[in-house]
Each structure stands twice: as C-alpha cells, then as structure tokens.
Design a binder for this molecule. Sequence first.
Ligand SMILES: *Cc1c(COP(=O)(O)O)cnc(C)c1O
Length: 473
Amino acid sequence: MEDVRSLLRHIPKVDEVLMDGRLLFFYKDTPRNVIVDSVREKLDSIRGDILEGRLSEISSKDELIADIVSSIVEKKKKNLRRVINATGVVLHTNLGRAELSEEAARAVAEVADSYSTLEYDLKRGQRGSRQDIVEAAVRKVTGAEAAMVVNNNAAATMIVLAAMARGKEVVVSRGELVEIGGSFRIPDVMSESGAYLKEVGTTNKTKPSDYENAYDEELTAAFMKVHTSNYRIVGFTEDVSLTDMVELGRKFHVPVIYDMGNGLMADLHRYGVNEPTVKDAVAAGPDVILFSGDKLLGGPQAGIIVGNKKYIDLMKKHPLARAFRVDKMTLAALETTFYQYQDEDRAMKEIPVLRMISASEKALSEKAKKLIKLLEESCGGFRYEEEECLDQVGGGSAPTDYLKGRAVALLREGVAAEKVERLLRKAELPVIARINHDRVLIDVRTVKESEFAGVAAAVNYVDAILTDKEGEH
Ligand SMILES: *Cc1c(COP(=O)(O)O)cnc(C)c1O
C-alpha cells in the first residue's frame, strides 16, 4: 500500500510536463488542447497502471515525453489524409474517385482562401448567378442547349424527377433499375422525388412496345433510360437504344431522361473502355441527360444536368436547387476541367483519369522499371519484379473491361503479403497496394512518378519494421 502511495506521489504534475521543451516545440502549430489531452491521457494511464498493480516503477522522463510526443503526432493526423493509390483502380470509390488535374486543383486553392466572383457580375457590378460560371463551358463541350450543376449525380436524379415528374409516372426498364454504392437505388430515389416508377419489360429484355403499352396520356411524365454503369446483362438480351427512346418520346410527346452516370467526354473505346460519351448522348437528342462530375469526366464531385432549356429552367427554379447547390471550390474545379476539354488531345494528357486510362503498356512497363530501379537503389530489404496485371476503371464504370497494366511486386522471403500490405498502409504517407496470388503489387498505372519517392519511403518504413522484428528472434 505504502508503495502504491509513494508511486502515485511520483507521477509528475500536468503543468510541469507541459513546460518540457520537447512539448513546447509543438505549441507553434498545434491546438493547446491536443497537447494537454495527450499529457493527461498518459498520466492517467500511469495512475491506472499503478492502482491496478501493473506498474512498480515510474518510467523515465525521456520515455514519458517520447510517449506523449508520439500521441500528439498521432492526434495531429487528419482523418482525411492523402494516400498513394497503388491498386490500379483509376476511379477508386474509397480513395476519392477522380484525382483533379493540376490546373483544377490550383483553381480550387485560389478561390478557397480569397473572395471570388461566385455570385457577382464584375462587368455590371451586380449580383450574378453561380449557375452561370460553368454553363457556357458545359454547353460548348457537350453541345447541349442548357446546363446546371448540383452536388452529385444522385442529387441530379432527384431534382430532375422532382421537377419533371412529381405526382406522375416515369417509365423505366426492369433491366435498368440500378443500385450504385448501396444507398442510391433508382426505385428509392424515384419515390423520394414524388414520382411514380412504372417498370416495364423484364430483367433481360425490354422492347419499344413495352414503353408504348405503358404510356398513359394522363399519367406518364417521362421515359427514362438509366445506364447500367456497374453491371452488364449478357446472354439473351434486348434493350431499347437511346435513339429509339427519343423516337418514342417524340411520338407520344413525352420527355426522355437519360441518367448516364459516367460523364465520359472523350471516346475511350480504343483504350478498351466501352462506355458511351456525353457528346453521343446529346446528339441522340434526349430532353435531359445527367451524369457525375467525378467519374470518367475526371472532375470534382458534382452532378451535371444538360438538355433542353425549358426543363433545365424548371430545375434551376426548383426549391431543391438551393439544397443541392455546389460550393465555389467545386465550381472552380469544374470550370477548369471543362476548359481543358476544349482541346481533347490536351485533356487526354492533363486530366489524370484520362491520362491513367490511356497509358500504354509500353509506358507502364517503363514506369515500372523506373520504380524498380529507384527501390533497388534506396531499399535493399525486398526483391522487386515487374509483373503484368489487369487494371480496372472502377467507380462503378466499365465493369467488364480490363486494362493491361504493370505492377512492381515486393518480394521478401518468409513474410506474408497481407503483412506487407498492412504495413504499407501504416506509413507516414500511406500506400494502398493490392495483393494478387500472394504477392504485394504496386500497380504503377495509378501512381504518379512524383509519388515514387513516397512509395520508396513507405517500403523503407516496412523494411525497418520487418528487420526489427526479425532481429528479435
Ligand atoms: C454513379 C451513378 C449515379 C450516382 O452518381 P453520384 O455522382 O455517385 O451521386 C447515378 N446513376 C448512375 C447511372 C450512376 O452510374
């Protein structure tokens, strides 16, 4: 008992620890509470250990401070952190979908910490509209008559249905009742919007006559086509093309809505990606088309609605427009991205999503060799091999298309791939790798050359931990 009391008396006071020079160093850029919490937690845990008899001696001051410092460093880590995507999945849903172009990122930074012309007309010195910021560029690139931007494509679907079909029926094929990422389901969005889903056809076959039979002069508000972004129905199938749906719409004087998801602007068929482009969709003539900003478009998270001015104006005036509106940073990124699309050849090089998808096997192989050379020079703990692999577009796009890519396999005798993969995620700048046939792969398609040093740092970190462990035996 006496021992416990004397140990407790020897626990340093919070204020005393806070004055340690090694902690004072953090005051410059760390909220004081973060430092105080780390000190308190450490001292509390020592107190608990003493009371429960787990501690018979108080650790040295150096050890104490070292523990507190690592706790502060841990607390300073943001929840939203940069990572290196070494999975080869270009639009990785869990890693933030599309990477913005350098120019788009710069545009975001510029408006983020300054005032801007978000809703201000510089020429007239009066209030302007945030919808005008990108509308002209979107119209120009897509060929559409009018355009509007909301938070994401889910919001776009919602506002389109609410503005055009509330209280009425929207006819959709049973083969196109898509679910995207869990919470977005066409039937659910439809009922939330106040429109009624009128399912037609079957899972594998829908014919023009199905839409014709579903048409009701009183009830039908629209025919809607939904791109089966994240799945394909194969075998004995039949669906009604967008062109045929437009024809049906004209025949019955019913607007045609096309939810196309991806927002692809440049034709990627020659790179093995079989997805329709927005330009082709606009040319087919539906009344309204909606798509995501951060899938194959390669911009920020956004939902873009293009089409006949008559309908776009309805949505701009709808009460949901305010709830779904985008902020200045999104608009800055989107405006720059669309600006870049005015020259498609340049867009292919400057917009990361397109650059990564169009990278040739030869270029990827050279990139892998370059990474291997760097790793061999800077980290001897592993053996490195170039490996052929199959990459995916991801983000619920082109689900059946695989792109031939290259990866660097990290090999080390007697260490499980899962362990290396897990440790790579714990690095200061985490690397998200993939595992294939028990080999850890750094897929170079989605890793920029400017990130190679970061990969090397992570591999060195893993090597140091593994070497430490091996030394223990
Ligand atoms: C991805 C997708 C959506 C949802 O878009 P978000 O931008 O993720 O909200 C809706 N419809 C289709 C067809 C999609 O592919």
